[in-house]
Design a protein around this ligand. Sequence first.
Ligand code: AMP
Length: 393
Amino acid sequence: MKDINFKNRKVLIRVDFNVPLDSKLKVSDDTRILASKPTIKKILDDGGSCILMSHLGRPKANEKEFSMFNILYKIEEIFERNVIFSNDCIGWRAKELSQGLKPGEILLLENLRYYQEEINGNYSFAKKLASLGDFYINDAFGTAHRAHASTSVIAQFFPKAKCFGYLLSKEIKAIGKIMESGEKPIVAILGGAKVSSKIKVILNIIDMVDHVIIGGGMAYTFIKALGGDIGDSIFEPDKEDMALSIIDLAKEKKVKIHLPKDVIIADRLDNSANIKASDSFSIPKNWQGLDCGPKSSIVFNDIIQDCKTILWNGPLGVFELSRFSEGTKALGRSVVNATSNGAFSLVGGGDSVAAVKMFNFESGVSYVSTGGGAMLESLEGKSLPGIRAINMR
Ligand code: AMP
């Protein structure tokens, strides 16, 4: 992007402005809009104009609460200028407004997902969108794993006039720094509720990492499979065999798998529950493991400080409740410390990103990914349709 001059170009940009709105339909977190600011600013500074297209939520019909109009004021605030709004993303109105667009102006299109054709990857819908601009940029990592009309199908109409936006480039580089050129030793920290959602990630990264730390709810399927007593802790009975195969595979590849030695257990999932520390392999009946324990945090810290590349996906406990957040916080401190000593750290995938933000670790890690599902699919080794479409000549 940086080598292209966008003077007098009408640039159609797929952004991910799927931001959360509060009960008054005001933007409650503008991170995603800010994330695409460098891309939009570069085009405006060059003397081009921007046609922004995005989805917002999951509309069934054309419900008002999913209208992009709700976030228009926030875009105007961030770019300190009036932004033109088209109440349709295709059709004569969008066409007329895009034709009249002058250098330095921004046009925001209505929610792409008001049309089912967007999700179906409909060819003629993509062609109509494409007719609005003369250059296409994909800057929406959050939807890069979808083969939708605006994220993938549309790119074919710009064979020589398409590129990644700065945000998408940054995401691709950050993943590459782990998956392709990660400096060893490399540790992957995997947490979250279920092992089933992370199996493909483990199988894909096992060849490149030196350590895998497994925490959160998913650890109990491994502990149970290894013969531990897990009380009422969350686990997936149909994944026990898979857990054992992963342990065998890791041994074969000389990758060390680390499970929590101790955990914080509770008699119910509540901040007012009775809680205590327990050996993770002997959790009493009627108690459940909801956080990793202090001894585990020390062991995990030692591993993390020894590593040069760190991938963190998923919290180590029910971090949303303060009494079960210490393990995730301790882990965050370890990752921040290792990063300040020169390690590269990437935090990606839904809830670990939420945890990093909640405990203010964001500025202390090297990169926080903006795309949950897209990050997970990248870590699973899949090629993403949104990225493929730009690379295709
Ligand atoms: P995921 O989306 O798979 O990354 O899972 C994130 C969710 O896992 C968070 O909402 C956590 O509260 C939850 N979680 C983490 N540890 C546990 C645990 N030990 N028991 C139940 N849920 C957990």
